[in-house]
Design a protein around this ligand. Structure first.
Ligand code: KG4
Ligand code: ZN
Length: 333
């Protein structure tokens, strides 16, 4: 079964074709990073306009790369939330127009479910159930994947998403946008134990996250040094901040796996591209006999392969949308 996936929830316009969910025939990503860089973050209206300009070309390229035509496609899967409403609407409207014109099924896909599903593409033997950490610029969840389309939420952020914290700290360190990859790179030259930033644990046994505390702690720390006219080593700050965030992500996720007696942890979303997180999770979970899986970085950040793959499993599950499908910016998992 060939599925055309379409993704436009934030600042990447993407289209991909997969066969039977897991086999990637094409993966085209048009990123707007260069456009938003000068503003230090994604400007929603600018993002929507850019999606409109490039989406037709991105889809044509995805079909061409897969060596297929619209006639060969069996269904069209599209991200309908969560995300920026104007950005989502471009993908949703395009998918609806295609489904109508070609008379093919339309499958609505949840963006976070897509991120989790990237692990099925990366690891052909992976089957549910397993525990998954999904950490991106907009979300941080620990879920238990019960089957291919149903997820139990075991923990979520109470405030900022992990990626949001990376982006904010990178900005105050003057590193640029998006911050995650830049902190990841700089931290390799720093000492993760240079500054002990807080590791926040929410009340009781909750697996929820809170990243606003560590963010504020770094900001206050830098402020104090600035006021005293003291210099600091940016690499040490980046490494210490990253160490605090990844400690919490690993601790909670491994605890979730222990609760579910799961021998597999998958990680997903943009932050799953973080080299320190991958290493730490693999080492710490390994001590408990738990294997850790993650997709290659290009399938961690936003892409349409994950949407086509999630669309395949939704299709098998009977999920369909009609032409009343709308974008849902704060769609819940
Ligand atoms: O999944 P994604 O592409 O978009 C959302 O759905 O939000 O995630 C983007 C986020 C950004 O906050 C970015 O800074 C972060 O993922 N990110 C990273 C790394 N690569 C991307 N964070 C830490 N380390 C990385 N290597
Ligand atoms: Zn995403």
């Amino acid at each position: 079964m060939l599925i055309l996936g379409i993704e436009s929830s934030c600042d990447e316009t993407a289209a991909a074709v997969t066969r039977d969910g897991r086999e990637v025939l094409s993966n085209v990503i048009n990123t707007q990073i260069a456009i938003h860089k000068k503003f230090g973050g994604v400007v929603p209206e600018v993002a929507s306009r850019r999606h409109i300009e490039v989406i037709d070309g991105v889809i044509d390229e995805a079909l061409g790369e897969a060596n297929v035509t619209f006639d060969d496609i069996d269904a069209i899967a599209v991200t309908y939330g969560p995300g920026l409403v104007g950005a989502l609407l471009v993908g949703v409207s395009t998918a609806k127009a295609l489904a109508y014109a070609l008379n093919k099924p339309l499958i609505p896909v949840h963006h976070i479910k897509g991120h989790i599903t990237a692990n099925y593409v990366a690891h052909k033997d992976l089957e549910p159930p397993f525990v998954c950490l999904v950490a991106s610029g907009g979300h941080s969840h620990i879920v238990y994947a019960e089957d291919y389309t149903h997820y139990e939420i075991m923990g979520r952020t109470r405030d900022d998403a992990a990626g949001e914290a990376f982006d904010k700290i990178a900005r105050v360190l003057g590193l640029g946008y998006p911050g995650g990859p830049l902190i990841d790179k700089l931290a390799r030259e720093g000492d993760p134990k240079a500054v002990a930033f807080p590791r926040v644990r929410m009340d009781g046994a909750s697996l929820d996250f809170s990243f606003s505390g560590v963010k504020t702690a770094v900001l206050n720390y830098l402020h104090r040094l600035d006021q005293n006219g003291e210099t600091y080593n940016k690499a040490d700050i980046a490494a210490s901040f990253q160490d605090a965030v990844t400690d919490v992500l690993c601790e909670h996720t491994i605890e979730a796996a222990m609760i579910k007696n799961s021998k597999t942890i998958a990680i997903a979303g943009g932050v799953a591209a973080n080299s320190a997180l991958r290493k730490k999770m693999t080492e710490e979970a390994g001590k408990k006999g738990i294997r850790v899986l993650y997709p290659e970085p290009v399938l961690c950040t936003d892409n349409a392969v994950m949407i086509a793959c999630a669309g395949y499993y939704e299709y098998l599950n009977g999920t369909r949308a009609d032409l009343t499908l709308n974008a849902v910016p704060s769609l819940r998992l």
